[in-house]
Design a protein around this ligand. Sequence first.
Ligand SMILES: Nc1nc2c(c(=O)[nH]1)N[C@H]1C(S)=C(S)[C@@H](COP(=O)(O)O)O[C@H]1N2
Ligand SMILES: [Mo]
Length: 399
Amino acid sequence: MSETSPHDSASWNRRDVLRTAAMAAAPLVLSDAMTATAKDGDDPAPAFAPLIVRQNTPPNLEFPFATLNSFITPTPSFYVRSHFPVPTLNEKTFRLRVEGEVDRPLTLALPELRKLGERNATVLLECAGNGRVFLSPSAAGVQWEYGGVGTAEWIGVPLSAVLERAGVRKSGVEVILEGVDTGESRAFPNPFQTPGPIHFSRSVPMAKAQRDVLLAYAMNGAALTPNHGFPLRAVVPGWYGMASIKWLSRIIVTDRPFQGYFQTLDYATFERRHGNPVLVPVTELQVKSLIARPGRGEVVPAKRPYRIHGAAWTCDSQITQVEVSTDGGRTWNAARLGMRNEQNVWRFWEYTWANPSPGRHVLMARARDGRGRTQPMERDPDLRNSMISHVLPVEVFVR
Ligand SMILES: Nc1nc2c(c(=O)[nH]1)N[C@H]1C(S)=C(S)[C@@H](COP(=O)(O)O)O[C@H]1N2
Ligand SMILES: [Mo]
């Protein structure tokens, strides 16, 4: 990645395409690294930016957002969010159960599941706690900076096909997705105790379940890795990551809204109803943009064009505008938007800071989507410890 030679949207999109093609075949991952070494004739550069450890066990690992340069996040750089120990599962003995308000409860082995249909989807996942370290007062949960987010290519079976095979009854209003992983929370830093060990589970309304939820077995052209849910996970496009259940082994169709731990006590925000704050589950991604470079505290060379760049995303819409401020929000300038403009992934953007003047500067980026939704400038405290989408100022020094 070179910020000294500002390149246009077209060039970084071409590069995205090349990288994506290389990722499709697993063995090419290695040759990619070797090519880089041979060509540069310099110190061998790592092929992928290593993840930042926020917690070792269970693994909670952050993508170093300043290294953003590939539209598809390589799997070794894709953030990992796990609440409980990572289960070790055997693909041969693995079964997916479907039960509840269905005419035909199912127990499916992976080959049977795969016969129900295949679909590819490029989908962004962002943890609802991404950016939490910037909240004050500080809030419970993994202290992510910018990198609890990534975009991957997923292959799987549409949830709708599984529901159709099982025969959803009229009484079914929600679909609960449950992971194999279990654990218990006793105290801080988790806000509430669990009643002994529980599974990680979440629900989606029937309409969403039938529309675009994918049961994925592949990520970026290879089988899921254990950290990302091997052998099967849900991918819920446009929603915060907590709904995309990993190690998915049970689907329960229910006749009433699910009120599980991760839906009511955690991953829930206050919403005002007649002025009363009521807890509602976190669902859709909020419009948000982030600056990748320059990073916080970075020294920018004076009097030379500098490429400020990053990514922006939203739910079920497109990013139509990103504006950049280099003076702490007093004036704003339109950024150029990347050519890849799809729903429920990010849109790259860049802005050339023509003539950075020596001194301290506060950079900001703010996005707008096709539904006219804009990124907030201020944090709404009703959102508790989730959905951190307000503009995050980045202080840099020009010398
Ligand atoms: N079974 C299970 N699924 C899970 C989780 C988990 O802890 N257990 N974490 C969720 C959260 S909060 C997020 S943000 C995403 C992260 O997916 P990733 O680790 O593949 O990036 O997985 C979700 N699915
Ligand atoms: Mo998350």
